[in-house]
Design a protein around this ligand. Structure first.
Ligand SMILES: [Zn+2]
Length: 322
C-alpha cells in the first residue's frame, strides 16, 4: 500500500466524521427551533440517560425498566418526526458507512480496517495512476457481445473474434507483467474500438497484483515533456522511470516542434533501454506512425523482438460507424 494515499484516506475520514457531527448538531438545532415539543422529548431522553449514568456512578444498578422507558421516548420522537414530515431517523447518528459508522474500523476485540477504507484507498490509487475512480472497466466486465459477430470485410473472422483474442492477449500481458514477452504492447485502431477500455482493464489488473503502473494520455505526456524541455525539471525523468507506463491515445496530441518527436523518442528509447514495459494505444496504423513520428520512433514501436503490435478492427462500439 502507498502510505501517502493511506494517510490521505484517514484524513478524509476525520473530515467525514467532522461533517457528520456538524450535520447532527444542525439537525438538533433545527428541531429545537421549529418543534419545541420534539425538543422536549429529546431532553427527556437525555435526562433519562444522565440520571442512569449518575446512578451507576453512585454504585446503583440501572433500573430494570430503563430499556422500555428509553424505547418509549425514542418511539415518540420517531412518531413526531414522521408527523412533521421528517425521516424518523432524522436525529439519529449520521454516517456514510453502515459497517463502521465512519470510524474506519470494525470489531471490538480485534480491530480490523473496514472495507470502506480499502475502497477509499483503491479509489485514490486509481485516481493517482490515472484510472477512473469507479473501477468499472475490468477484464471481468468486458462485454464481447458489444462487438459485431459478422465477418469483417474481406476477412474470415468477425470483430468479436478479433476482440476475444486481443482481450486474452492483454489479460495475459497484465497477469504476467513484468515477465511477459515481448515486453511492450501497442494497441492500434480507430477510436471507439475499445482500446482505452483495455488499457484501463490492464491497469486495474496490474494494481490488484501490486504492480506499479501509471496511465496518462498522450496529451498530458506532451504537457510534461514540454515543461521538462522548457523548464528543465525532472518530470519527464519520472515518466521514463515508471515501472509500467501506459500512454493512451497517441496521435491525438499536437505536434510541437522540438518537443513531441524528440521527447517521445527519448521516452520510448530510454524505457526500452532500461527494459521497462510500456503500453501504448493509438488511432494510427504503422504507416501513419511512421509519417507522423519519423522512422526511428515507428521502428521502435513495431520491432517484433520488443513489441507486440495488436490491430483492432471493425466498427465503433458506441456509434456503430465502420
Ligand atoms: Zn466503513
Amino acid at each position: 500500500m502507498r502510505e501517502d494515499l493511506l494517510k490521505e484516506v484517514f484524513l478524509d475520514l476525520e473530515e467525514q466524521q467532522r461533517r457528520n457531527e456538524e450535520t447532527e448538531a444542525s439537525r438538533r438545532q433545527e428541531i429545537r427551533e421549529k418543534h419545541p415539543e420534539i425538543a422536549a422529548l429529546m431532553e427527556k431522553r437525555e435526562d433519562l440517560i444522565q440520571e442512569t449514568m449518575r446512578g451507576i456512578l453512585r454504585g446503583e444498578t440501572a433500573p430494570e425498566d430503563l430499556p422500555e422507558r428509553m424505547e418509549e421516548v425514542s418511539g415518540k420522537i420517531r412518531d413526531s418526526l414522521r408527523e412533521k414530515g421528517y425521516p424518523e431517523n432524522y436525529l439519529a447518528p449520521v454516517y456514510t458507512c453502515p459497517i463502521c459508522r465512519d470510524t474506519g474500523y470494525t470489531g471490538e476485540q480485534v480491530r480490523e480496517r473496514c472495507t470502506c477504507i480499502t475502497e477509499r484507498y483503491q479509489a485514490k490509487l486509481r485516481r493517482a495512476i490515472g484510472l477512473p475512480e469507479d473501477g468499472r472497466e475490468t477484464f471481468e466486465s468486458f462485454n464481447e457481445s458489444l462487438f459485431s459477430a459478422e465477418k469483417l470485410p474481406g476477412a474470415e473472422f468477425s470483430q468479436r473474434e478479433v476482440m476475444r483474442i486481443i482481450r486474452k492477449t492483454c489479460e495475459t500481458w497484465a497477469d504476467t507483467c513484468p515477465a511477459q514477452q515481448p515486453r511492450d504492447l501497442v494497441l492500434s485502431g480507430k477510436s471507439g474500438l475499445g482500446k482505452t477500455f483495455l488499457l484501463h482493464a490492464m491497469a486495474a489488473r496490474l494494481i490488484t497484483r501490486g504492480q506499479q503502473v501509471l496511465l496518462i494520455s498522450a496529451y498530458s505526456f506532451l504537457e510534461t515533456a514540454r515543461k521538462s524541455y522548457f523548464e528543465n525539471d525532472d518530470r519527464l525523468e519520472e515518466l521514463i522511470g515508471t515501472p509500467v507506463l501506459m500512454l493512451d491515445d497517441l496521435g491525438s496530441e499536437p505536434l510541437l516542434q522540438n518537443v513531441t518527436i524528440e521527447q517521445l523518442f527519448n521516452l520510448i528509447n530510454e524505457r526500452q533501454r532500461r527494459n521497462l514495459p510500456t503500453v501504448i494505444s493509438t488511432n494510427l496504423n504503422q504507416e501513419e506512425l511512421r509519417t507522423r513520428y519519423t522512422e526511428r520512433i515507428a521502428s521502435r514501436l513495431t520491432d517484433k523482438r520488443n513489441v507486440q503490435f495488436l490491430v483492432l478492427r471493425g466498427s465503433d462500439v458506441r456509434t456503430g460507424r465502420k
